[in-house]
Design a protein around this ligand. Structure first.
Ligand SMILES: Cc1cc2nc3c(=O)[nH]c(=O)nc-3n(C[C@H](O)[C@H](O)[C@H](O)COP(=O)(O)OP(=O)(O)OC[C@H]3O[C@@H](n4cnc5c(N)ncnc54)[C@H](O)[C@@H]3O)c2cc1C
Length: 286
């Protein structure tokens, strides 16, 4: 295997045209796979020193995050703390400080795990991803980019340049909860992230995304359609929870069974609606 450290996108794009070239960002997914013998790149292209990929830019129409920005740098950004609290909550739960000091958002996206926590937040914010080659750039919705376990829309020689999150509503209340086998450093068995805005006791806008219960993090449109325009009460919690259970397509694996995952998602969706709406009547989860 050859190793090449590049310092500009011009060098990066040229190197990625080589047969068998693989993009190396933080290496927290890639090096694990290589060590396990699951992947043997012919050329490892280390892009960690490409400064243009590490920038964050807070503009009136939203936030640009370079694909190579370290997760700890994303978390430290004022714009993320102030305007994108769901992304902050999700990244705070991702790995450990050591992992987040190496790992990047581009890597979380390109690795395309159904449990990718960062991807869940990007989908909730309706994020878009800019993909580049030597000859140009194209833009896709994050939800179109991630196609299934380890499958993305990346073409040969293409790399993720940046991620764009549109300016959010100021009245969105965030929610994120990940259920794993332990409290810290855990990969999700099932997770729910969401954003909810209410006016006069009625839900006016909502985004709900579930992780680890479908080939990729899944926006729960049936739940969103059901709850908008309605007040949060016991009936709504029960019907939304049931709609969530039906909307997901989990699998059995070493970490949990499909029926368990389905139940967790139903409960988390009810918890999200109850907490984010400030609703306290009605007691425990349905
Ligand atoms: C101990 C541990 C705990 C973890 N905990 C979590 C967790 O809680 N939640 C979670 O979601 N993940 C977790 N992860 C997985 C991992 O840390 C994240 O997915 C991370 O964001 C990957 O980023 P990276 O920069 O390290 O990617 P890398 O490992 O460098 O790359 C991953 C893949 O993406 C490709 N790639 C990277 N950047 C680009 C780009 N810009 N353009 C095109 N392709 C690119 C690489 O070629 C490779 O295929 C954990 C990993 C470890 C080791």
């Amino acid at each position: 295997m050859d190793y090449l450290r590049v310092t500009s996108e011009v060098e990066l794009a040229a190197a990625l045209r080589e047969d068998g070239a693989v993009f190396l960002a933080g290496g927290t997914d890639l090096l694990v796979k290589m060590r396990a013998g699951a992947l043997r790149p012919r050329l490892l292209v280390d892009a960690a020193r490409v400064d243009s990929l590490r920038q964050l830019s807070d503009r009136p129409d939203g936030l640009w995050i370079g694909s190579g920005a370290r997760l700890e740098d994303v978390l430290a950004s004022d714009a993320v703390r102030r305007d994108y609290p769901l992304l902050a909550a999700v990244l705070h739960s991702l790995g450990s400080v050591q992992i987040r000091n190496r790992a990047t958002l581009g890597g979380n996206l390109a690795n395309a795990s159904p449990a990718a926590d960062g991807v869940l937040a990007l989908i909730a914010y309706d994020g878009k991803v800019a993909l580049a080659t030597q000859t140009g750039e194209r833009t896709l919705d994050v939800s179109e980019f991630v196609r299934g376990p380890r499958r993305t829309a990346l073409a040969a020689g293409e790399y993720i340049r940046s991620i764009w999150l549109p300016a959010p509503r100021s009245d969105w209340v965030p929610f994120f909860h990940k259920v794993g086998r332990r409290q810290a450093l855990t990969i999700a068995i099932a997770s729910v992230g969401g954003l909810l805005a209410e006016r006069d006791g009625v839900i006016v806008d909502v985004r709900v995304v579930a992780g680890s219960v479908a080939p990729a993090p899944l926006r729960l449109h049936p739940v969103e359609d059901l709850v908008v325009g309605r007040p949060v009460d016991r009936t709504l919690l029960a019907t939304a929870s049931e709609a969530a259970r039906k909307a997901v397509a989990p699998i059995d694996d070493v970490r949990a069974s499909a029926p368990y995952r389905r139940d967790v998602i139903g409960d988390l969706v009810a918890r999200f609606l109850r907490q984010a709406s400030g609703h306290t009547a009605g007691g425990a989860s349905p």
